[in-house]
Write a protein that binds this ligand. Structure first.
Ligand code: ROI
Length: 168
């Protein structure tokens, strides 16, 4: 008998600023809950943020989800990209507006760096629209280097982040 695959703890960042972003993010959370060999453990509130990136673009809706999964990192990435595709993701320019962005922020304490995937996410510690939702659902979380998410939250970019009231 082979041992069952272990369960890994992951955090996913969600962002949208096109095509009714609140709906895009809510639907993506439902889709994360349906991923094979995975459980959606927790989801932050939705937040509104000013766009980081070139030119004028609409505000973003952001959130962070916690998953446990038996998928390996690249299999999880494939699954996340399939959800993005299903949202007819448009990404015409680097750092331009998008229908749905799903970023694998953390996968256990792993460091991954290959041409498809960098974990921890390279901008995790500088973006308030990632850190504040993450802090909401994981207030005691530390990175593998021992630094706390709470400490990064005090010195990150300010995008005028606003926590939205619960949506129904
Ligand atoms: N800006 C904000 N506020 N939120 C995002 O999710 C986001 N995602 C991006 C870029 C274009 C960098 N800017 C963003 O990918």
């Amino acid at each position: 008998m082979t041992a069952p695959a272990p369960h890994h703890c992951c955090y996913i960042g969600l962002g949208s600023n096109l095509e009714t972003p609140v709906k895009q993010v809510q639907q993506a959370l439902n889709e994360l809950a349906q991923l094979p060999h995975s459980q959606l453990v927790n989801a932050s509130s939705l937040y509104r943020s000013r766009a980081v990136g070139p030119g004028e673009q609409p505000d973003y809706i952001n959130a962070v989800a916690q998953l446990t999964t038996q998928l390996k990192p690249l299999a999880l990435l494939d699954a996340l990209q399939a959800i993005e595709q299903a949202h007819q993701r448009q990404r015409l320019v680097r750092w331009g507006p998008r229908t749905l962005d799903l970023d694998l922020l953390l996968y256990d304490d792993l460091s991954i760096d290959n041409e498809r995937l960098t974990v921890p996410h390279p901008y995790l510690t500088v973006r308030d629209f990632v850190l504040r939702p993450l802090l909401e659902i994981a207030p005691k979380l530390h990175l593998a280097d021992g630094t706390s998410i709470a400490s990064w939250t005090q010195r990150c970019d300010d995008t005028g982040l606003i926590k939205l009231p619960v949506q129904r």
